[in-house]
Design a protein around this ligand. Structure first.
Ligand code: 3HC
Length: 690
């Protein structure tokens, strides 16, 4: 008998309890345990009904995702669900927590369902690039109808217990703490099994059901898993249950084998691994009440608003009365937008203290500096913060490219200084990189981590080097794109290729949107600018063309700021630069553009790993997905490198380097792993053992 599942006898009730923390995932041992307990309960003449429940925080939250791709072990989850449904004694599922995926499928195979009032129920498989594969596509529509079943499966979003009861997914709601008693009472009331497979009443209006299906099918560009969900739900309506199950199994196998499911599953685990900072084990967290923000430009305002919305008191410092007035209108605009979109609670602004007095920061637990990228100004601020902030307050900089070490020194309390880099726009992007200098106080790192988690964002740890992980990756990506311009590509071609790769925007559209003057200022401040860098963006800026804001950049923009055609003046400047700096021309295709930019990201990622800037390849993927809109279904550049094979990637980079040695050089770690036929995932596992 499994240690993870036990059978208790309570009079005529057989109680099967799953205990597989943290989320009671339905791995092989759990499935075997449930099957064994079920057999025992069936064979026991003293047991009249069976209650299926779980200890800990939730009824199973799904199949064990980490088992996908392993050799299958009996009983499979679909077979177990069939076993439960076939049980000759009534089976009642007692649900609490997050009843998701295979967990909900198991519950739907039971004959009756009771859920604690706070329970969430859902079928999130589509978010992993798969479909419910344990009878969910067949049983859900039988319980709640075609429309609701499609809503649940295509969105992947959970529903509340109260809605689940209204829709017929569960039979009863139970108040907190009486779940098993209520489920036992229901068990005492029911005489016989009631099998979901036999339910057909939801299909009475066949024409309406078909119309719901047709409506969903009409939407173009659905990913594979969504298309298969629609097909299988249609099968639930049109063919016998067993045939529907067969179709579902075939579709599940096809989706599971798809690259997009591999990418989405990689993202799921990489996101969770990335948030595990070594400091969490040793750092007793600070209590966080007040957050300070220095500088309320676009980033500072966004950060302040996010902190207010999460319930913190926020002190914002701006310069002069005009600065305070501007900051207030920026923050108020963000607030109104958030409230109108239903994303922000009312009243958050009451906890805002907007002032010109730096001393107001003396009670802040974390202070985030967000002024413009000027080292001297930032140094000045950190010197002041070092004196006025309370002991152990975290002094953080949101710098894009400057050296946090210099700011740490200026503060005279380097152990309290970190980089805390929010991705822009703060309201939409989920990434916050925490740049941790050597010798940083683990309590401070833990506090920053807590803040980011409380804001509902994903923290990723980086060494405190200029640009952290994200902006170093971005620099490599943009430099590779610029190289293509010199070798014959047009900005619009590059942008179109990267959009079809799945990026929300191409690199030149993005630079026009953020303002070309930002990079211009940075390059002007550089001591050793890259002699190979494209001059075009600087020339555009020298001519007053800063992108969308000025009406011209890589593209031209109308008075409403709508992007139009490529800027003809920019094209002339580009041709001039090409003549000045002749490089071997390329036969530009979308695939070539995508490969150059992807391989530049992989190469940069390998360099960051070797330097210890990123601890894990998965962290780099999380940064790219959450900070830069890298398509989640691709998993991230390091995952894609593994999928293509590092040998193939390094061979291509070697070929690029042959034609353009001034730009391309294979990262030593990438070359070594490729020679050893290793994958980044194996490298990560080997590093974890050290
Ligand atoms: N399989 C394996 N591990 C899982 C898991 C699953 N289904 N769900 C969660 N975990 C693991 C996480 O990886 C994490 O492990 P770690 O501590 O080693 O990093 C741990 O459980 C806790 O998870 P979270 O950190 O995410 O905890 P939260 O409390 O924030 O969230 C949750 C809990 C809402 C259950 C969230 O984990 C979640 O959404 N899980 C995935 C649910 C899901 O997708 N279910 C469907 C699976 S596919 C399926 O069932 C196929 C079937 O149709 C055949």
């Amino acid at each position: 008998m499994s240690d993870l599942v036990r059978l208790e006898r309570h009079g005529a009730l057989g109680l099967i309890v799953i205990r597989n923390p943290p989320v009671n995932a339905l791995g092989a041992e759990v499935r075997q345990g449930i099957a064994a307990c079920l057999s025992e309960a069936e064979a026991d003449a003293g047991i009249r009904a069976v209650l299926l429940a779980a200890d800990g925080r939730t009824f199973p939250a799904g199949a064990d995702i980490s088992e996908f791709g392993d050799a299958p072990q009996e009983p499979s989850l679909p077979d177990l669900c069939d076993r439960v449904e076939a049980c000759p004694k009534p089976v009642i599922a007692a649900l609490h927590g997050t009843v998701l995926g295979g967990g909900l499928e198991l519950a739907m195979a039971a004959h009756y369902r009771v859920a604690e009032e706070t329970t969430l129920l859902g079928l999130p498989e589509v978010k992993l690039g798969i479909l419910p594969g344990a009878g969910g596509t067949q049983r859900t529509p039988r319980l709640v109808g075609i429309k609701v079943a499609l809503d649940m499966m295509l969105s992947g979003l959970p529903i509340k217990a109260v809605d689940a009861e209204r829709l017929g997914l569960i039979d009863e709601i139970s108040p907190l703490r009486t779940l098993r008693l209520d489920a036992a009472a229901l068990a005492a009331d029911v005489d016989a099994p009631r099998r979901t497979r036999d339910a057909r009443s939801q299909f009475d209006d066949g024409a309406a059901c078909m119309a719901d299906i047709a409506k969903r099918r009409a939407l173009p560009n659905r990913p594979l898993a969504s298309r298969k969900i629609i097909d299988c739900v249609e099968a639930a309506l049109l063919v016998p249950f067993e045939i529907g199950l067969d179709m579902e199994r075939e579709a599940f196998a096809e989706c599971l084998a798809s690259p997009s499911s591999a990418g989405l599953r990689h993202a799921f685990f990489a996101e969770r691994a990335a948030t595990k900072f070594p400091e969490l084990a040793s750092g007793v967290p600070h209590q966080l009440d007040t957050i300070g923000v220095v500088g309320a430009g676009v980033m500072g305002s966004g950060i302040a608003m996010a902190c207010l919305d999460a319930g913190f008191a926020v002190t914002v410092i701006e310069q002069g009365e005009a600065g305070v007035t501007d900051a207030l209108s920026r923050i108020a605009a963000l607030y109104e937008k958030g409230v109108a979109a239903g994303k922000m609670g009312e009243g958050a602004l009451t906890d805002l203290n907007l002032t010109t007095q730096m001393e107001a920061l003396s009670t802040a637990d974390i202070i985030i500096e967000c002024v413009s990228e000027d080292l001297e100004t930032k140094r000045d601020i950190f010197a002041k913060l070092g004196k006025l902030a309370k002991p152990e307050a975290v002094l953080a900089s949101n710098t894009s490219y400057l050296d946090v070490g210099a700011l740490a020194q200026a503060s005279n309390r380097p152990q309290d200084v970190l980089a805390l880099r929010f991705s822009a726009p703060v309201q939409r992007m989920g990434l916050v990189e925490i740049g941790v200098p050597e010798g940083a106080n683990p309590r401070g790192v833990t506090a920053a981590h807590n803040l980011v988690k409380t804001l509902g964002k994903t923290p990723v740890r980086s060494a405190a080097v200029p640009g952290l992980i994200g902006n170093q990756m971005l620099s490599a990506y943009r430099a590779a794109a610029d190289r293509l311009l010199l070798r014959g590509a047009q900005p619009a071609q590059v942008d179109a290729a990267m959009r079809s790769f799945g990026m929300p925007m191409g690199p030149y559209e993005a630079q026009d949107d953020e303002g070309l003057d930002i990079g211009w200022a940075r390059r002007k401040a550089m001591k050793n600018p890259d002699p190979e860098a494209l001059l075009l963006p600087d020339i555009l800026c020298e001519n007053g063309q800063f992108g969308r804001r000025s009406g011209k950049g890589y593209y031209i923009y109308n008075d409403e700021g709508k992007r139009g055609a490529a800027n003809p003046e920019m094209l002339t400047m580009l041709m001039g630069e090409r003549r000045m700096r002749p490089l071997p021309k390329l036969e530009v295709t979308p695939e070539l553009i995508q490969n150059h930019l992807l391989y530049a990201l992989i190469n940069a990622g390998a360099t960051l790993l070797e330097a210890g800037t990123a601890a894990r390849p998965g962290d780099i993927d999380v940064v790219m997905v959450h900070g830069f809109g890298y398509p989640r279904h691709r998993g991230g550049p390091m995952h894609e490198a593994d999928a293509r094979s590092l040998f193939e990637v390094s061979r291509s980079i070697a070929a690029f380097a042959k034609e353009d040695p001034a730009h391309w050089r294979c990262a030593p770690l990438l070359a070594r792993l490729a020679a050893e036929r290793m994958r980044f995932a194996q490298y990560q596992a080997a590093e974890a053992q050290k």
